[in-house]
Design a protein around this ligand. Structure first.
Ligand code: ZN
Length: 185
């Protein structure tokens, strides 16, 4: 199956969340997929994020290979902190881990803004701004996203993909007593 970094994959509303969402179906162990585990996909991500991330981070230089472990540590810290906070279980330990990961990435800063530093800045803005109050978890794919709708009524990261998939699978699986299958997106 070919894979593209389409606009859908930047539904998070902030670069930090788009990076966290490089893991699909995090909550279902047997379906969980890490797009950054493929070095070719990770290499294509910064250029796609420059164009498609809601924060419009501008041109991001290629990630230095030595920086990959820091990026992954930052990604996991972003997800842990904001996911637990969104679920109502905020804990200081997760915030402290996130802030440590942010500072490690900023310290590693190279001459040009790259995915590492841009994601760190995005995470810092989120952790200290009002957008985190609008954060939600997609009911289909498990992605984190910021619901900027006026009445905060969004259930899906992307209605056109996750909303329709759940509707369709509910329709076709009507006999299976309302259970729906989470779908890869
Ligand atoms: Zn979704």
């Amino acid at each position: 199956m070919t894979f593209d970094w389409t606009a859908h994959r930047f539904s998070g509303g902030a670069l930090a969340l788009d990076v966290a969402n490089s893991v699909v179906l995090r909550h279902i162990t047997e379906k969980r997929m890490d797009r950054f585990a493929d070095p070719a996909l990770l290499a294509e991500f910064p250029a796609a994020a420059s164009k498609l991330s809601a924060e419009k981070p501008g041109d991001l230089a290629a990630l230095h290979p030595d920086d990959v472990p820091l990026l992954i540590a930052l990604r996991e810290a972003i997800d842990l902190h904001f996911r637990t906070k969104t679920l109502g279980h905020e804990n200081r330990e997760a915030l402290a881990t996130l802030l440590e990961a942010i500072s490690a990435c900023l310290r590693r800063g190279r001459a040009e803004e790259n995915l590492l530093t841009a994601t760190a800045r995005s995470a810092l803005r989120l952790a200290s701004g009002a957008d985190q109050e609008r954060m939600k978890i997609c009911a289909n794919c498990g992605w984190l996203f910021i619901d900027r709708s006026k009445n905060r009524s969004r259930t899906w990261c992307d209605m056109a993909v996750c909303g329709n998939r759940v509707k369709a699978s509910r329709y076709y699986a009507a006999r299976r007593a309302g259970a729906f299958q989470a779908e890869e997106t």
